[in-house]
Ligand binder design. Structure first.
Ligand code: IMP
Length: 423
């Protein structure tokens, strides 16, 4: 069976956790392929809200196997907290959660390096979640990293010490004020590593190959969004992994010709957390309304998210880079009550009208060209069928489908599993 992908098409926070949770019943295996605890995937059901950072969003389903793939970076301390939070749900974790030996570990000093690097950037800071993501991927590509499989070797603590000492020297080099007590951080780290070692480590590329060969259905769950991709995002204001479809191939060991459906998730408007360009950002009451109604605060850091109109130019780019075959529109309910909705369909770029995402989308280079569409008043949160959607919302969706040339299959009208409309 082919592996289906589920990817965020904007700057993250599109609602991937909810959709994976809704779709899990169709899959035997859910696999994360990149990112780490910078992600915050929110799931809501039975009146309880759950936030997962590293553990795949299929963990609450009785039968799904969840894999943390080789492309993921794992912070044992945060991972342990996630596991501790699951205890009360009486989930039989051991057979349901498998970890790739090739996934890299986030060390306490990676987090400190992240903080030092951001502090040294002053106004140019990326707005990182400071979870140590960048420094860990730097050590991965620099061939210095420590992997989950190393924990099975006798000499891993020597490797650890060597790397942590090097990191401490680097932190000094930044010459910024980062206070820390590494001994204290290491007590937590080594305790958490012991917990991690109780889980099953696998050669995930082989596991997935065999699972495919035996007809198992697999969903690869992306983290962050396409515009945060290290290659195709708004560099340097991006994360340090490939968040786009190709990342699933390298982050799980799945061959490109084994990818099936590519499910692209987007919000009915746009949000961004952290720094970086955002052409359709709103600074007026409309933006504040989106933030308030949409409860736009980061699931990982609690930071307020910046809000703006839907950017079809950027969305089209993400659809193309990922080869999206089906779209899922989230948070349609948040737009109820706007008289007019604006959608960015082109950019004014250095005096010209363009329809693609150029190299520079900073404010001084790009201004959005909007098409206005009629809004709707109806509260959508209690709806359950496509034929109950207001006409103006159907028109909004049709407009997007015509521009993106991909069908919108799911419309989400609230955070709960049940608030999901299939088209
Ligand atoms: P980092 O990956 O934590 O270093 O953060 C780099 C940039 O990506 C920052 O602007 C973060 O706010 C953003 N970012 C990282 N992870 C997420 C996410 O899961 N959702 C939304 N933004 C994210």
């Amino acid at each position: 069976m082919a592996v289906d992908l589920l990817l965020g098409l904007q700057w993250g926070d599109e609602g991937k956790g909810k959709i994976v949770d809704v779709l899990t019943k169709n899959y035997d295996i859910i696999a994360r392929f990149q990112g780490g605890p910078n992600a915050g995937h929110t799931l809501e059901f039975d009146g309880i809200k759950h936030v997962l950072h590293t553990i795949p969003s299929g963990i609450f389903h009785p039968n799904a196997v969840n894999i943390v793939g080789n492309g993921v970076v794992i912070d044992p301390v945060i991972f342990k907290k996630e596991l501790d939070n699951l205890v009360k749900f009486d989930i039989d974790i051991l057979p349901k959660l498998l970890i790739s030996r090739k996934a890299h570990l986030i060390l306490p000093t990676h987090r400190l390096l992240d903080a030092a690097s951001e502090a040294s950037k002053g106004k140019a800071k990326i707005g990182s979640t400071l979870k140590g993501i960048g420094p860990t991927y730097m050590d991965k590509t620099g061939r210095n990293g420590i992997r989950v499989g190393d924990l099975e070797m006798d000499d891993w603590k020597e490797k650890y010490r060597h790397l942590a000492d090097k990191h401490e020297a680097m932190i000094k080099f930044y010459d910024v004020d980062v206070q820390y007590d590494l001994n204290e951080l290491e007590v937590d780290f080594f305790k958490a590593v012991e917990e991690l070692k109780k889980l099953t480590f696998i050669d995930s590329e082989e596991y997935i190959y065999q699972a495919q060969a035996s007809g198992k259905t697999i969903l690869a769950e992306g983290a962050q969004g396409s515009l945060l991709d290290i290659d195709f995002g708004t560099y340097p204001f991006v994360t340090s992994s490939n968040t786009t479809a190709a990342g699933a191939c390298t982050g799980l060991g799945v061959a490109p010709n084994r990818i099936g459906e590519v499910l692209g998730i987007f919000k009915a408007y746009t949000t961004r957390v952290g720094s970086g360009p955002f052409p359709t950002e709103l600074f007026d009451e409309d933006g504040k309304t989106m933030a308030r109604v949409g409860n736009e605060f980061g699931a990982t850091t609690g930071r307020a998210r910046r809000c703006g109109w839907l950017d079809l130019v950027a969305l089209k780019y993400a659809v193309q880079v990922n080869g999206v075959t089906q779209l899922m529109m989230m948070k349609a309910d948040v737009l109820s009550g706007f008289k007019t909705l604006k959608v960015c369909t082109a950019y004014n770029y250095k005096g010209k009208t363009i329809h693609h995402l150029p190299y520079n989308i900073e404010e001084q280079n790009v201004s959005p060209v909007y098409t206005e569409l009629k809004g709707w008043d109806k509260d959508l949160t209690g709806l359950s069928a496509a034929d109950e959607l207001p006409e103006a919302l159907n028109d909004y969706i049709t407009f997007l489908e015509e521009n993106l040339e991909v069908p919108v299959k799911i419309v989400s009208v609230g955070p709960d599993r049940t608030q999901t409309i299939y088209r």
